[in-house]
Write a protein that binds this ligand. Sequence first.
Ligand code: HEC
Length: 141
Amino acid sequence: MIIRLAIFAVFSLFFGSVSGNLALAGGDAGKGQDLFHTCAACHQIGNGARNDVGPVLNNIIGRRAASRDGFVYSRAMKEKGADGLVWTEQTLDAYLANPRNYVRGTRMAYAGLHDDVAREDLIAFLKTLKFDGPAETKILK
Ligand code: HEC
């Protein structure tokens, strides 16, 4: 019985620490929002956002590349979208680390965010950009 309890304790410790690490891997959306200021030079978000130098990034997670209505994408990005590229945490991570390497010929004039943790934070923020409710009217900049 004591052995069983001990095994249980070890298990909970193990899983406890695993879920702790997963929470870390999820990134900090608050820090990500601060990082978004660089992106906001070209991208608008929020209800009422319009395409600017870059396309609106609302609901970007799960969206196919080059699929925002009314934005004129580069040929390279359109081809990626036609080939089936969808923006997930993984593909965004690779794109934001080095946009020109991931989508050769992209018009996005951004050198890339090289800090892995900062990219996780930024993507955690991008995941919050779900604007399908009419209540949200603010354009975040
Ligand atoms: C100097 C302007 C500029 C900056 C800064 C910039 N972008 Fe972009 N972004 C663009 C342009 C232009 C495109 C369209 C690229 C193309 O058509 O090749 C784009 C495309 C994208 C796309 C693909 C969107 C789609 O609809 O497929 C994502 C995602 C994206 N940017 C995220 C970001 C994030 C996050 C940042 C901040 C780290 C950022 N961008 C910074 C100009 C910019």
